[in-house]
Design a protein around this ligand. Structure first.
Ligand SMILES: [Mn+2]
Length: 343
């Protein structure tokens, strides 16, 4: 596909890229790339692809990945790139921050010793696909219809006319593959498939990515999945499925909160459900919810009531409660969302 036909088809997709966005990225000498806490493949893929494409004065821009934030399963993406991780002291000389895949500023994955005023008057460019994005950047490009942040970074690179190396292609393809759950969600649009196809043409390592993302569980992750299968329950005549793992169950499997990623797919895989919920107590007394809506069910509303956010059909929240209390609180709300009387 010629680059001309690519950019003309890109122009018709989603909200336009703000005019000043690409010039700002191009102008930075010491940029830092930031994603969200507990980064998933889309977050890492978009961060690393951006770090390689807009390196500032260095070969690769620095990324914010505080200790312990990388899951075992996705460590391969960091190994591929070898991007320098920004140290707390290094924030002083940053001239701009590119934040990807992150709906709110407090969700940014920043080393706690840097403090809340980490951006300190410097520009933030905010590129995201969460409906709940709070537009915390100086420049915000939010396309809630996009499959993934990687699809947006792909468009950005194409419009900027920068090259896509096989490594950048692999990173972006990983994020699109992962956020669409292997091109199976309604977010699998024509534009996301066109992006994926172009990335394959650019050398994305399709086979390796499929193996890494879908068939590379460690024994502890496998054991934790066993817990999720065991703990899966169906309620509301099979319209709601949920599963849970307590802090002790996560620890006994040999996992940590960083290993919780897309396991909501386990209760979600049951036929006929409209809402799937995963409850995980990653830290004692703190329960994270991952909510998924099927068909036309929008779970974002529910996550917002609980102080969380996300996408229309994939959202989350964190409760200051253990598993049992969280289940008792959330299941009636999920039933209410489906219009079921709670008897
Ligand atoms: Mn994403």
């Amino acid at each position: 596909m010629s680059s001309t036909s690519m950019s003309s088809s890109l122009a018709t997709v989603g909200p336009p890229i703000p005019d000043d966005l690409i010039p700002m990225l191009n102008s930075w000498r010491r940029p830092a790339i930031v994603g969200h806490v507990r980064p998933d493949a889309d977050c890492l893929g978009s961060m690393f692809a951006a770090a390689l494409t807009w390196p500032g004065g260095d070969e690769v821009a620095r990324v914010s990945l505080p200790d312990g934030s990388l899951s075992r399963r996705l460590a391969f993406m960091a190994e591929w790139v070898g991007a320098p991780v920004i140290e707390p002291a290094g924030f002083d000389d940053v001239d701009g921050f590119l934040v990807v895949d992150t709906a709110k500023k407090p969700r940014c994955n920043i080393d706690s010793s840097v403090g809340e005023s980490w951006s300190d008057g410097r520009a933030i460019v905010n590129v995201d696909h969460h409906t709940s994005n709070t537009l915390f950047g100086a420049i915000n490009w939010i396309d809630a219809e996009a499959s993934s942040a990687c699809e947006l970074i792909y468009r950005l690179i194409r419009v900027a006319g920068r090259p896509i190396s096989p490594l950048v292609a692999s990173l972006l393809y990983s994020g699109i593959h992962s956020d669409t759950v292997g091109f199976s969600l309604p977010t699998t649009s024509s534009s996301s498939l066109h992006a994926a196809a172009d990335l394959v043409d650019c050398g994305a390592r399709v086979t390796e990515i499929g193996e890494r993302l879908c068939r590379s569980q460690s024994k502890p992750e496998f054991d934790l999945n066993r817990v999720f299968y065991d703990n899966t329950r169906l309620v509301a005549d099979g319209r709601i499925s949920y599963s849970a793992a307590s802090y002790d169950e996560i620890t006994e499997a040999g996992c940590t909160f960083a290993d919780i990623d897309d396991q909501a797919e386990i209760p979600r895989s049951l036929s006929g459900i409209q809402i799937a919920i995963l409850f995980t107590e990653g830290r004692p007394g703190k329960t994270r919810l991952n909510l998924r809506g099927e068909g036309s069910v929008k779970v974002l509303e529910l996550s917002r009531k609980l102080g969380g956010g996300g996408h229309a059909q994939a959202a989350g929240a964190i409760l200051d409660a253990g598993i049992e209390e969280s289940v008792q609180r959330v299941i009636p709300m999920a039933m209410e969302l489906l219009g079921i009387q709670n008897g």
